[in-house]
Design a protein around this ligand. Structure first.
Ligand SMILES: Cc1cc2nc3c(=O)[nH]c(=O)nc-3n(C[C@H](O)[C@H](O)[C@H](O)COP(=O)(O)OP(=O)(O)OC[C@H]3O[C@@H](n4cnc5c(N)ncnc54)[C@H](O)[C@@H]3O)c2cc1C
Length: 447
């Protein structure tokens, strides 16, 4: 349980535009309720100076901070709410390799030769997480093994293709699962087969973020909570302002993702915040837990709007799904997610739901991360489009490489083209809903 609490939630994006006061509690998730002890950090109340200032203490910001500190930079992180308050502290906890669109899509965009670099990086984020957990002794219920579950033959063919693709880039941890193999992994008759990635896995996401923040501080990094950046004064050095202080830095890293709001206007046009919802059941009995997920792998299905689930360290079923384009918070999360859970596991009809929450991720039109620089000293990485747990950890390493003068891998991501959503700011939500409806119909009929 977190040691102390503040009054209520807020919207960091709104804070960035100066609208919201400093009410900064975590979302009412199972993760906040079961978080490892962690201090409430001071807000910034002075004018200070550093080498690298980072906006946002999610995985992108924390991973960048950690890699930069290890490389000898002085680092200050400014977080509008609390460490892990955004998607990083409330996600499904699934360590999913590669990117939201796979390397074959990147091959079509940049050509086979240049795509090889992305293939080489596709499994690095998961390795970084495991290194962090080991090196800094982070207690976050890390488990190995993730399964992609096919609901129809078309999806089965797609994951066979994905296996061949990933093997081409060196992942030798993959195994196709037949329909009967799947019954040894998930007790449901929904699936026709699946793909096991033994190098996937799952974690308590908030505890990973809190552990990384402690590691940042152990290396001399400074993290301020309740410190929304409200203005960026560009220049060399760059200066950022909170309500009560400022940081002057040689470099700025923007890691506010779906909660950044309009702070950096260039980043707004080509991305869209989206919500997704998660529920956590009461703890299951040992028999129930080992019956529904006997191998304790995490699972996501292969639908366009996918369901994802796993067991927590104390054997709750954590079940998520759905996408709310434009990130409006639904009024009744249970009404959306519980029926999905019961479709997969009708045997859980009488199990109580203890927690339900929502969180925002940032989508790009291509579903690939939006990475780049503004001027000579502002860097950003955002928009992992729903699969960001591993990529954000890689992003941190890329940030430290580029600030050390090794730009090749950062520039590969920065070269990915990004288009604005059709319909512009006003119509991007209905247009995206229409697109999702089209793909949902195709998923339903396996076409
Ligand atoms: C419900 C949910 C389930 C998900 N499940 C999975 C999953 O199982 N597997 C997976 O791979 N991915 C999943 N994702 C996606 C993944 O969680 C994200 O891609 C990833 O955590 C993004 O990390 P981030 O650090 O870029 O952003 P965030 O974690 O959102 O962090 C951004 C931080 O910046 C802060 N901030 C914003 N503006 C300012 C400002 N002006 N000043 C100071 N601070 C600011 C915010 O308060 C926030 O703490 C899920 C996302 C959600 C929402």
């Amino acid at each position: 349980m977190l040691e102390q609490t503040r009054s209520s939630e807020h919207d960091a994006g709104a804070a960035a535009s100066g609208i919201v006061d400093a009410a900064v509690e975590h979302a009412p998730s199972y993760y906040a309720a079961s978080a490892n002890p962690s201090p409430v950090r001071d807000a910034l109340t002075a004018d200070i100076e550093t080498d690298v200032c980072i906006i946002g203490a999610g995985y992108t910001g924390l991973s960048s901070a950690l890699h930069l500190l290890e490389a000898g930079f002085r680092v200050t992180v400014l977080e509008a709410a609390r460490v892990g308050w955004g998607a990083s502290g409330r996600n499904g906890g699934q360590i999913v390799n590669s990117y939201s669109r796979d390397i074959d899509v990147i091959e079509k965009t940049v050509g086979k030769k240049d795509a090889a670099l992305f293939g080489d990086m596709a499994f690095e984020g998961g390795r970084i997480i495991r290194e962090r957990v080991e090196k800094y002794g982070i207690r976050c219920d890390l488990k190995d093994g993730g399964v992609f579950a096919a609901l129809n033959d078309k999806q089965l063919k797609e994951i066979q293709h994905q296996k061949a693709l990933w093997e081409r880039y060196g992942n030798d941890q993959l195994e196709m699962l037949s329909q009967s193999d799947m019954r040894n992994v998930v007790d449901t008759d929904q699936y026709v087969g699946g793909l096991l990635d033994k190098s996937g896995g799952h974690i308590h996401p908030l505890n990973l973020a809190l552990g990384e923040a402690a590691a940042v501080e152990s290396l001399g990094g400074k993290i301020y909570e309740d410190s929304a950046v409200v203005r960026v004064e560009r220049g060399e050095p760059v200066k950022v302002f909170t309500e009560k202080g400022s940081v002057t830095a040689s470099f700025l890293i923007v890691a506010g993702n779906a909660y950044l709001g309009g702070l950096v206007p260039e980043l707004k046009a080509k991305s869209m915040p989206c919500g997704t919802q998660v529920i956590a059941t009461e703890p299951l009995s040992d028999e129930q837990a080992s019956a529904i997920l006997p191998q304790d792998y995490c699972v996501e299905d292969c639908n366009y709007l996918l369901d994802y689930y796993r067991l927590s360290g104390d054997k709750r079923l954590i079940y998520g799904g759905g996408v709310v384009y434009g990130a409006r918070d639904p009024s009744d999360i249970n009404a959306i997610i519980r029926p999905k859970m019961l479709k997969t596991f009708p045997q859980l009809e009488n199990v109580k739901i203890d927690y339900s929450w929502t969180g925002n991720f940032l989508m790009t039109l291509s579903r690939l991360p939006q990475v780049g620089r503004i001027g000579n000293n502002i860097y950003y990485s955002q928009g992992c489009s729903g699969h960001g747990v591993t990529y954000t950890h890689l992003a941190g390493r890329l940030m430290s490489e580029v600030l050390k003068g090794q730009a090749e891998r950062f520039d590969a991501f920065a070269s990915l083209p990004h288009l604005p959503f059709p319909g512009g700011h006003m119509l991007r939500v209905p247009f995206s809903m229409l697109g999702a409806w089209y793909y949902t119909v195709r998923d339903k009929f396996g076409i």
